[in-house]
Design a protein around this ligand. Sequence first.
Ligand code: CTP
Length: 409
Amino acid sequence: MKIIVGITGGIAAYKSPMLVRLLRQAGHEVRCVATDHALEFVTRVTLETVSGNRLYSDLFAPSNDYSTEHIALKEWGDMLVVAPATANIIGKMASGLGDDALSTLLLSFSTKPILMAPAMNTQMWENLAVQRNIAYLRSVGVNFVEPAVGELACGTTGKGRMAEPEEIFEEIENVKLKIENRLSAEANSQSSILNPQFKRVLVTAGPTYERIDTVRFIGNFSSGKMGFALAEKLAAHGIEVELVAGPTALKCNHPLIHRHDIESAREMLAAATEVFPHCEAAILSAAVADYRPEHAADHKLKKQGDEGMTIHLVQNPDILATLSQMKQEGQRLIGFALETDNELENAQRKLERKHLDYIVLNSLRDKGAGFGVDTNRVTIIGRDGQKHTTPLLPKSEVAEEIIRHCLGN
Ligand code: CTP
């Protein structure tokens, strides 16, 4: 990639050459743009040496190739990383101001990816106007690497220290991945065979944890893999996803996936009912705990000795049934079922009882299907009684079959 590193006037500017080195070692081409204040902290010679390119810092320097060098640079760069980014440059960008080489470049770069690594004193970081500017920039797609908590140049300790160059480097790779995913989603959505009425879909995934005390919970072995595969596939079709996820180590990077992390069934219900009215469909693949301890202790419970221990459980709300009551004309609701006996019959009954459009029956009979593994085999049952059984496939392919079947034209 061709990366422009913008440097503004903060003490963290001494770390910018290290970021440039990391980028070049990874094979990226780098050009640096510095403000006058930045050059009080890091020298032109250092930046030109590590980047292997001439530094751009003066809008009107006679050495500029063009009088509109910021436009030429904008054409050249694939991404602009400002590290460190002061409150000043963030404010200028949020207000659309351009009075030097970097701020004019930022103005012209608005259609391309920008990543900012803020660095400032804690009080400046917490300033409401600074936070408002950051919130605005985030809302228009500017990426940020959060500053760290640590010792600051002013002698105090708090949030505001620029993220380390390695972390910024990693975030640059993440942003790159997001761009690639977005491009492939756009390409896919043009050739999508899904019904265009589905623009945003709610997916629940993973287990729920129900607290017994501050260190223990009741949970289940669900890994969340099926739900995350559904979310990734929907996003690849260009559909926005509201992913409500129970505790899981899984990650998702796709820009069309909005992730809501929750812990318990009641939190899942709250998140799901909030987003469902804005979705055209919901696929509930989470393994929700049917019961929770009536009281969660606010301390670690001590051993009770030989008599054993009794935990009284109360029923959790049924999220699927609740959404089914909220369902409006045109919304589609898809549930999952995990049955061990009379599989088809029980699944069909569940579909009717919860007024679903489709139910996806997980087979526990197949080795390689179900919890924790990367493959699955399911039977999709429609309201009209039609059944479609998949072979044992990777979960991503099962996800594609479910989506095509339940949200197809
Ligand atoms: N589900 C839910 N909320 C719950 C329990 C289940 O949303 N509290 C959803 C699951 O995400 C799944 C479907 O309901 O889509 C089926 O869950 P399952 O536990 O198999 O069914 P139940 O209705 O709980 O019936 P039973 O336990 O009697 O089989």
